[in-house]
Structures are given as C-alpha cells and as structure tokens.
Design a protein around this ligand. Structure first.
Ligand SMILES: Cc1ncc(COP(=O)(O)O)c(C=O)c1O
Length: 479
C-alpha cells in the first residue's frame, strides 16, 4: 500500500504547488492549514454517504441547510431565497440557464430563446447555451473589460430567457452594472442571473463594493462557489434562487421507470457528500468574522499589487477591478519598444516560480478587441509572500520589456494553406501534427505558453478549439 501512495506522492510532486500562493489561478489557499485539516476530516467522515438521497442520509440535508443559510445571509437574501448545493461553478451556471429556459417556455416563450451576457461572462454560459439549445448573444465590452449597461439593455426582448451579469467577471475583474441591468430586466419580465462564482464569498466583505446581490430587486438567481473563496476542496458551489417556484424548476423528477423514484435537484445522480461536508465544516469554523478577515487580507494584497504595477513602466491593470481578480495588460500609452507583453511576462514569471494565467486577445462580435492579458487570482496566503511577488513582477517585467508578442501568423498561414478553416476543422491526427509543428505538441506541463496563445489569437476559433481539444485529450491517453 505504501508503494501505491508513494507513487501518487511522486506524481503529485510534478504538480504546480497548490499552497503558498505561487499559483495565481485555479487554487485558493486561505493560508490556514487548520482549515485544510478540518476539511479533510469532514470529507473523510462523509465519504461513504451517497449525496443522492437526503431522506436516507439526512446529514446531507442538515449540512446543505447550514451552508445555504450562511450564503443566503451573506448575499442579503430574504426567506424567499432558496437554493441547492452543486458540484461547482459550471454546474451552478448550467442549472441557472436550464431553469430560466424551462420557465421561459412554461410562460409561453416560443422558438429558440436567447441567453444575453457581456462578452466577459464565464465560458460556462456558452456551454449552457450549447447544451440547452439557446442562442448565445455576447455583448461587446469596452477595451477595459467593462460593459455598458445600455448595450445589454438595448438587446433585451421577449426571446431573452436570461440575462447574465458577473460579480466580478473572471477575465477582467470588473463588477458588471448589476443594478441597471437587473432593473431593466425586471421591467421587461426577464430573469437576471448574477454570476458570483468567483466573488460570492469575497464581495460581501469587500470595502465599497457597489450593491449587486439579492438587495437588487431584479436579480433572480446567484451562483457562488465554495470551492473558490469558500476555501473548500473542489466539487462544491451553490445556486440560489429568488422564490421557490424558480428553484423547483431546476429539479428533475420522474416516477416513470420501474426503479426507485428519482428526484435530482442538480445534474448528477449519485454524488459524493465529501465536498459539501468540507465546505460545511469550513463555514462553521470561519463564520462571518473569518470570511471578513480573509477578505481584508486580499484587499491588502490587491492594493499592494496595483501599487507595484503603477511603478512598472509599460504594464498596467485592465480597468478598475472590484475583488480578487486582476488582469494585467501592456500599457499602450508607452511606445511599443517599452511595453510589457503580458504573455511574455507570464512565461518569464514562471521561471521565477510564479504562475499567472495567459488570456488571449479577443475579437468581439462587433470586431472590437479586448487586449491579451494575464489573469491573477489573489488569495489570502499571498499576503505573506507579497514582497517577493512584487519583486518578481518588477524583475520579470524588466526582463521582457520591449519584447513584442509571440507571432502566430506563420503557422496560422500554414493552417489556412492546408485548407483548414472555421468550416473545415482538422481531425485528431492532423491537429496533433499541427501542434507539433507549432512546438506545442508536447504534454509537458511547464512549457512557455506565449506561442500557443498567439496561435489561438490568429486561428479561426473552431480550428483553435480542435487543436486545444487534441492537446488536452493527449494528456490523458494511455501510453
Ligand atoms: C465568474 C465565474 N463563473 C463561473 C466559473 C466556473 O467555475 P468552475 O471552474 O468551478 O466550474 C468561474 C471559474 O473561474 C468563474 O470565475
């Protein structure tokens, strides 16, 4: 047995560090090891239970009640706000869309409904639109990542089943104009989802954040992830609805088969209760005061990093983020020879032991562009290493200043010459060959990403998506 676990330890040693704040995406370290221990113990206690049926395992319902009650209070929901614990942000977003679509139809909507969202809304909403057959209508944002409420409102019509706003948006850190959008949606009888998967357990304690939660009358549902700033292990989020009727529309129930009557509030059937138990234990331990303290730490981290970026010539923060997401972009007010390309910066920082996340430049529906950027998720633990991170950021910027972005045009040209386009995407073998030619055809986790990102910017989206699908699929293919 020790041999098996030793092998796993060896494999885990090859992973990016999940603790210590050196990875500024994907992982959310509170900096409190006792929280992890508590979560592990709670998860272990709940491990054998099947989360499918709280009538057989009432501990699940008890933990859900407590977690939902805590989140409802944090989001200023009244007694009319009810919800469910889901397996993560994507599932919460999917269910918000499915529910709105079903109700739109039940209320007389005909044809194919529309899902309206700023271009910066999380990709999970595109997934939802594809899965549940809605037209995805992405409203272009300004280059600083903010959306004009008027642009969203102008596109509201009877065929819109749901309008989405983010609190905040992952790619930019911007808090969308929730109040204006929700008010206009309410006036037109359209549901409005505030996606707070990222910020739901931070913004309630963030100083001077505009009001965006259930205090805003037209907000009809909110998603908030416990496996992000709830510091729980992956697999737990909540979706809250205003009103029982809307919540119940999320459920699937059937007695029309010869087996046990099935009632699923969420997408899965049998499911682990461990992430819920871990989240429940953390919420009990932290309470309101604990979340406030951890948020205060992130506020100091955000201020420190923004102050540092102000001193770095050629680099700037996108817009004016509210919460613990920051996007870094090249400062276009500096001459090109003095700019810091965010993707070069991200690759360089990796050599200093810090990982920030590449986000490709993006052409919106109206042809306008959102600049390429590097995303930083700020966590409480980073406060301890803030001085080191600031120093690394400055040094890495100095090292890459004036280096232009990687060039994906050559390979993109080759792809076009081979006849691939949005209408003719390469299959698995051709995709793999193209990736190898681009120097991205390896399954090493630590390769520089600037070239791959440049390629994504140049290629038609369906071709880029085929290549990335291939890259990821190869990672897990048996050798
Ligand atoms: C705003 C927002 N919504 C949805 C999601 C999707 O969450 P998950 O990765 O837990 O599925 C994320 C993830 O970063 C997010 O930031």
């Amino acid at each position: 047995m020790t041999g098996i676990l030793d092998r796993l330890r060896e494999l885990r040693a090859g992973d990016a560090p999940t603790h210590g704040g050196h990875v500024l995406a994907y992982v959310y370290d509170s900096g409190m090891p006792e929280l992890d221990e508590l979560a592990d113990a709670a998860a272990s206690l709940a491990r054998p239970v099947n989360g499918l049926d709280p009538t057989v395992f009432p501990s699940i319902a008890a933990m859900e009640r407590d977690v939902l009650g805590f989140v409802r209070e944090a989001l200023h929901g009244g007694r009319d706000v009810v919800g469910s614990v889901t397996s993560g942000g994507t599932e919460s977003c999917l269910l918000a869309v499915k529910t709105a679509r079903d109700l739109w139809r039940a209320e007389g909507g005909e044809g194919r409904p529309r899902l309206l969202a700023p271009a910066t809304a999380h990709a999970a909403f595109q997934k939802a639109a594809r899965m549940f057959d809605l037209e995805y209508d992405a409203v272009p944002c300004r280059p600083d990542g903010t959306v004009d409420a008027g642009d969203l409102i102008a596109r509201m019509a009877d065929d819109v089943a749901l309008v989405v706003v983010s609190a905040p948006a992952y790619p930019s850190g911007a808090l969308d104009p929730v109040r204006q959008v929700a008010a206009a949606a309410k006036a037109r009888g359209i549901r409005c989802h505030a996606d707070a998967c990222f910020g739901g357990l931070v913004l309630p304690w963030w100083p001077d954040a505009p009001v965006w939660d259930f205090r805003v009358p037209g907000v009809t549902s909110i998603s908030a992830d416990l496996h992000k700033f709830g510091y729980a292990p992956k697999g737990v989020s909540v979706l809250m609805h205003r009103g029982r009727r809307q919540h119940r529309a999320q459920f699937f129930a059937t007695t029309r088969w010869p087996g046990y009557p099935v009632v699923n509030p969420t997408l899965l059937g049998s499911k682990s209760a461990s992430p819920l138990a871990a989240a429940w234990a953390i919420v009990q331990r932290l309470g309101d005061a604990g979340f406030a303290e951890l948020t205060a730490s992130m506020v100091r981290v955000a201020r420190g990093i923004r102050a540092e970026v102000e001193t770095i010539h050629g680099l700037t923060v996108m817009g004016d983020p509210v919460g613990p997401a920051i996007a870094l972009i090249a400062d276009t007010s500096a001459p090109p020879a003095e700019r810091v390309d965010p993707h070069r910066l991200a690759d360089q920082l990796a050599q200093h032991g810090w990982k920030i996340q590449h986000q490709p430049g993006f052409v919106q529906a109206d042809g306008s562009k959102l600049p390429r950027s590097a995303h930083l998720t700020l966590t409480p633990v980073l406060e301890r290493n803030l001085r080191d991170f600031r120093r690394a950021l400055a040094a890495a910027s100095d090292a890459v200043r004036g280096r232009g972005p990687a060039d994906g045009r050559l390979l993109a040209g080759a792809v076009r010459m081979l006849g691939y386009s949005a209408d003719r995407v390469p299959g698995p073998e051709a995709s793999w060959r193209l990736l190898r030619i681009a120097g991205a055809g390896s399954v090493k986790p630590d390769q520089p990403m600037a070239t791959l990102m440049a390629l994504i910017e140049e290629l038609p989206a369906p071709v880029a998506e085929a290549l990335l699908t291939e890259l990821l699929a190869r990672f897990s293919e048996p050798r």
